[in-house]
Design a binder for this molecule. Structure first.
Ligand code: FES
Length: 112
């Protein structure tokens, strides 16, 4: 077992996470306010952008293979190196869906 340091950018929070643990489980143990819901890799509530480092997350079904390069589902992701994560950052596909649901993706009406 190897332990890695996981730093959450902009918060000053740092935790140690073993390569056998998920990042979310250690957040919950350490009182880090990581959002989550399903805990089975489907809802994306626990997503964080990978600013630096690598994770393994083969069961992160809610992300495409391409998205897994840049985003971690913390309920599924285990560290493969020291990490810097930006919590609350979601893949563009999710951000687009949220904007559509909120009605904020429409262009401003023309003035004429
Ligand atoms: S809590 Fe739902 S995907 Fe992680």
């Amino acid at each position: 077992m190897t332990e890695y340091t996981v730093e959450f950018v902009g918060t000053g929070e740092t935790i140690e996470v073993a390569d056998t643990d998920t990042i979310l489980s250690r957040c919950l143990d350490e009182g880090v306010a990581q959002e989550y819901s399903c805990r089975v890799g489907m809802c994306l509530a626990c997503t964080a952008e990978i600013v630096e480092g690598e994770v393994t997350q083969p069961a992160a079904r809610g992300l495409t293979d391409e998205e897994k390069e840049t985003y971690a589902l913390t309920c599924m992701a285990r560290p493969k190196s020291d990490l810097k994560l930006d919590r609350g950052k979601y893949p563009p596909s999710i951000e687009d869906d949220a904007a559509v649901e909120a009605g904020t993706d429409e262009e401003a009406p023309a003035d004429d």
